[in-house]
Design a protein around this ligand. Sequence first.
Ligand code: GLU
Length: 449
Amino acid sequence: MKDPKARLDSLRADIERRNPAQPEFHQAVREVLETLAPVFAARPEYAVPGLVERLTEPERQIIFRVPWQDDRGVVHVNRGYRVEFNSALGPYKGGLRFHPAVDIGVVKFLGFEQIFKNALTGLGIGGGKGGSDFDPRGRSDAEVMRFCQSFMTELHRHIGEHTDVPAGDIGVGGREIGYLFGQYRRITNRWEAGVLTGKGTGWGGSAIRPQATGYGSVLFAAEMLERKGAKLEGRSAVVSGSGNVAIYTIEKLLRVGANPVTCSDSEGYVVDDKGIDLELLKQIKEVERGRISEYAARRGPSARFVRGGRVWEVAAEAAFPSATQNELDADDARTLIRNGVKTVSEGANMPTTPEAVRLFQEAGVAFGPGKAANAGGVAVSALEMSQNAARTAWSADRVEEELAGIMRDIHATCHDTAERYGAPGDYVTGANIAGFERVADAMLAQGVI
Ligand code: GLU
């Protein structure tokens, strides 16, 4: 057999050739394969031909037409996707993203990441992802509803509580999940609560699901710092994004006594010297569905809006990239390091470019990759599935306690796995190897399928 590194390099070249023009997917695969060489060297049972080839090829890829009419009666045609990537550990599980940049490569990158993230939760969920190039921004509720109904009219054939369980992601929140669930129920004539997660708490949703990703990301950062004998309390934090993940990252930072001073959207960022006013941010983003430039206009002299600026230029000791992929590059990393950042916890999926990750690691910054740091969201989705299966609803306190326990376990697993493979403090290696081992064991046990 070739040495593991050479074998992984040639596999990578094959994958890039067979999946042209999918740069985000290539990046996600490369980041995982780069860290797997030690596990192949130490455990020859994983070096069997075909395992990584199967792991990097989705079990099923569904692409469909989504026609809908806007409020003026004009017909629009979007493209819908669901990539059912790996079901060795449980039903496919992962969100739906509605954003103009969505294409098959983006959905595959997200679905691939989701396999490892879901494995790390220790719960029984496989990996999948979906979405559409539909842009919800500026659309009325009625337009969003018609789009969701059309999307589900095709998607319903492919999902189910034991098959594939979508949830939210960028552009898909409680409103969209409601419309999607309604159409699923209408078409199938089944009250199948476990087919979607992120539902409203009055009709099958779990307490703490909206908060879970952001809360989890802060808990993960706190665990990383604790291992170094440090605390989040009293530290300033820079947060990007202003969606669900960013908002609840800010909420949790405030609760642990840290000082989140920023949030951002595609137009720029807000920096607030007094710390972000959570109620004002929620009012603008969740109630009015507005832009964050409004925040600075209404907050008073402590806040300013920097149009077109990069949020990472704001000095802080902790950074929480919580917007989207590749939003923090090598230059941003150099700026953050120069300004004394101690920890980076990825609330978004793959927000940090590979070069930036390397710079953080070389500088000794505690870096939590999204697969581990933002797994709290999908973990509480799995708890929502458990509650649905038992036809019960847990208290917010119980869910929050479970979430904290899961994040502690994920941290310990990544930390200990990195140490076991001779890469202490490298959570990227720890997360990739620990996730890989769990999925690979299940795949090998279940035969060549
Ligand atoms: N979209 C979220 C993620 O990236 C949540 C997925 C889910 O809850 O199924 O993990």
